[in-house]
Design a protein around this ligand. Sequence first.
Ligand SMILES: NC(=O)c1ccc[n+]([C@@H]2O[C@H](COP(=O)([O-])OP(=O)(O)OC[C@H]3O[C@@H](n4cnc5c(N)ncnc54)[C@H](O)[C@@H]3O)[C@@H](O)[C@H]2O)c1
Length: 360
Amino acid sequence: MEIMEIKQRLLDNYKGKKVFVTGHTGFKGSWMLAVLKTLGAEVKGYALAPEGSPNLYELIDGDKLCASILADIRHKEKLEEEIHHFQPDFIFHMAAQSLVRVSYDKPVETFETNVLGTTYLLEAVRKLNKQCSVVVVTTDKVYENRETWDAYKEDEPLGGFDPYSSSKAAAEIVTASYRKSFFKPDHYATHKKAIASARAGNVIGGGDWAIDRIIPDLVRAFSNDETLIVRNPESVRPWQHVLEPVCGYLLLGAMMHQSPEKFATAFNFGPMEADNLRVKELVEKSLKIWVSGSYKELVDKNAPHEAGLLRLDIGKAMKELGWKPRWNSEKALEMTLNWYKNYKADPLIITENQIGEYLG
Ligand SMILES: NC(=O)c1ccc[n+]([C@@H]2O[C@H](COP(=O)([O-])OP(=O)(O)OC[C@H]3O[C@@H](n4cnc5c(N)ncnc54)[C@H](O)[C@@H]3O)[C@@H](O)[C@H]2O)c1
């Protein structure tokens, strides 16, 4: 599908519609709010308060882009109350403990948030008496990682070594269970719920200041004339600009709303094959764009395990949804680093300009 057609489809499906976004104060959630604003949707967000300073949510004045509820996803009754009060047409579930390293320090909190949080959300949807399409956002790390060059397809075994990856794989199993038990696509006329999951790779984009992610680490180091420490320089990841999966999730929601029997299933969202880069290659490309900066590789034998090689097969999303990556790794890096260099003048305007450039 051409981008103009995708944009029209998004406008047709989201303009004036009620969209409930969990994790709206996070990195992807803030980009999602900005995209939904351009589409004219009415948005309610549910998440914890934005973390750290600066953070994208506050920079783009997220409170003006949605009705923001600051609450814990593990608070089952509150979550249900907010969903039922809002009566959403769409739900995008992104609230999560999202970092691999943190999951080693806080495994119980990670499982509670990512697995029980997803269960509570789907339970609230089960009790919702109206048509609703739900996209549960997980990750490329849900697959049983064989550490080979083979790219994972949606029907391959789930697994996950660290608590983050396995909690997201468990969230996939919960989602599939709710779909099979309560939201059967061929009984849609009775329950009116369509539930899909979306597995995306590592995203980059302006406004991420998370710890232990390569682009935020790089921007912090290069802006302060410090040497960047590159962990796992040889690890290969499916890098993509944050707008690729965010627009992919929205397209999936829209297609599912029209044809629930066909699209209520799992989809991978990742880059084209050539953009599966080693961490070191990503840093080298960034250096060329940023112009100044230095880095040092660190291979720490005692570091907690993280996947070394991870590639996604995106054939299903391309063939069935008509989605495809729009920006290659150079363009994604250029947009990302330009964002960090220029955001101080007006963070919302630069974010909206990039959305405008992406959607054409
Ligand atoms: N950033 C990536 O590279 C990437 C890659 C693949 C998948 N994902 C997934 O995409 C989603 C969004 O990721 P992100 O990068 O924006 O993460 P983030 O850490 O920036 O944001 C996480 C959001 O979840 C909310 N949250 C965390 N714990 C919560 C709790 N107990 N109750 C309510 N809200 C809670 C936070 O408040 C925040 O709004 C997550 O599900 C993540 O696992 C991210």
